[in-house]
Design a protein around this ligand. Structure first.
Ligand code: G3I
Length: 340
């Protein structure tokens, strides 16, 4: 049997996995118990999962993940208080039921902004109050940067209605409800690309200057066999570290396909691809060990190849982005990551 993954990294950082509530039982649960010491909910703690209506909370699925982590001595991340996706409509409708983003009247827009920020504060206060003693690292906002949108800020309902007000309110509310013990992150993908990284850096600097309590940057790190370079991943973390911030790798996986390639390797992953993946995973983890002062954790977005969002994105096809295969056996990449 393979030596435990997280144990191999005990001197470096926690190693985690994203899970669905069902995976806290059965074969996946056993794999998790052996190999990781950190968990995050893949979907169960997103706004649409927790708050189907204003003031109505459905905690059961999220609680199952928390209970499993606690029972097995694992830490937790929270994903995610604020996002443009998987967020119920009720946040963005005014008292008359109209979409706030459509309001053109200045006074109406001001009232909408106030109402939305008040809802956000109530929501965050409720969620943080419930989990503050169990969860230490929190994605407060997710994916707010979009270099192709005006100002480089994603033109989400949040941004259209409040400007960057939602970011300020989200961090301040989380800090207020959770206290200084919580580590609060701004999370995004593509943070290694200079364009995205530099816009994110600018935003974070601006927020810090206003006293907004941001503790770190979450780097999703959905990478593939070729892109981005390991150097660019490290460089981005260096940049935020120099600002006094922590970094976490929050959603690591490695697709077999480069961007825009819609091909399929077929039902069985060819050995040479598994070897390329192993070499690249090995290179990445060697660099992370080497620069462990830059980060405080590595979270995989899944644990084994039998469950990954990539198997349907961007098309349905064979994917194998994790360190364990569909039978939960360690892959060549598991060896290169643990053999040091
Ligand atoms: O819960 C419903 C279920 O009731 C329904 O029967 C089923 C039919 O399609 O859909 C289920 O919802 C799906 C949900 O995952 C739970 O399985 C959604 O369709 C599906 O879109 C959703 O995908 C998730 C995706 O976020 C949504 O944007 C993926 O599982 C999840 O891995 C992915 O995670 C994101 C991170 O939050 C942010 N960073 C990128 C990452 C990958 O996209």
């Amino acid at each position: 049997e393979a030596a435990p993954l997280a144990a191999a990294y005990a001197d470096y950082f926690p190693i985690g996995a994203a899970v669905e509530p069902d995976q806290t039982e059965g074969a996946t649960a056993e794999l998790l118990k052996r190999h990781v010491n950190w968990l995050v909910a893949e979907n169960a703690m997103k706004p649409d999962a927790i708050a189907p209506a204003e003031g109505t909370f459905t905690w059961e699925r999220a609680d199952r993940i928390v209970a499993f982590a606690k029972a097995n001595g694992m830490g937790l991340r929270f994903h995610t208080l604020v996002w443009h996706s998987q967020t119920p409509e009720w946040f963005f409708r005014d008292e008359a039921g109209q979409a706030m983003a459509d309001e053109t009247d200045a006074a109406g827009r001001e009232a909408n902004k106030k109402l939305l920020l008040k809802r956000l504060d109530s929501y965050i206060t409720a969620v943080v109050s419930r989990y503050k003693d169990d969860i230490s690292s929190w994605d407060v906002v997710n994916e707010v940067i979009e270099p192709n949108d005006p100002d480089g800020m994603r033109a989400s309902d949040w941004y259209k209605i409040t400007g960057t007000g939602f970011i300020e309110t989200a961090f301040r509310s989380a800090r207020k409800a959770g206290g200084p013990g919580l580590k609060l992150y701004i999370n995004d993908y593509g943070t290694e690309s200079p364009e995205k990284r530099d816009r994110l850096y600018e935003l974070v600097k601006d927020m810090l200057a206003k006293g907004v309590p941001i503790d770190g940057v979450g780097h999703q790190t959905h990478i593939n066999l070729e892109y981005p370079s390991v150097e660019s991943i490290i460089e981005s973390m260096e940049k935020f570290h120099a600002l006094g911030l922590d970094n976490q790798i929050t959603e690591l996986d490695m697709s077999l396909y480069v961007y825009n390639d819609l091909s399929d390797v077929g039902p069985v992953v060819p050995e040479d691809i598994l070897q390329r993946q192993a070499a690249r995973y090995g290179e990445l983890f060697a660099a992370l060990r080497d620069r462990k002062e830059l980060l405080s954790g590595v979270m995989f977005w899944g644990i084994a190849d039998d469950h990954t969002w990539l198997s349907t994105f961007p098309v349905e096809r064979t994917e194998a982005p994790m360190l364990f295969d569909r039978q939960h056996q360690p892959k060549p990449a598991f060896q290169t990551v643990t053999d040091f």
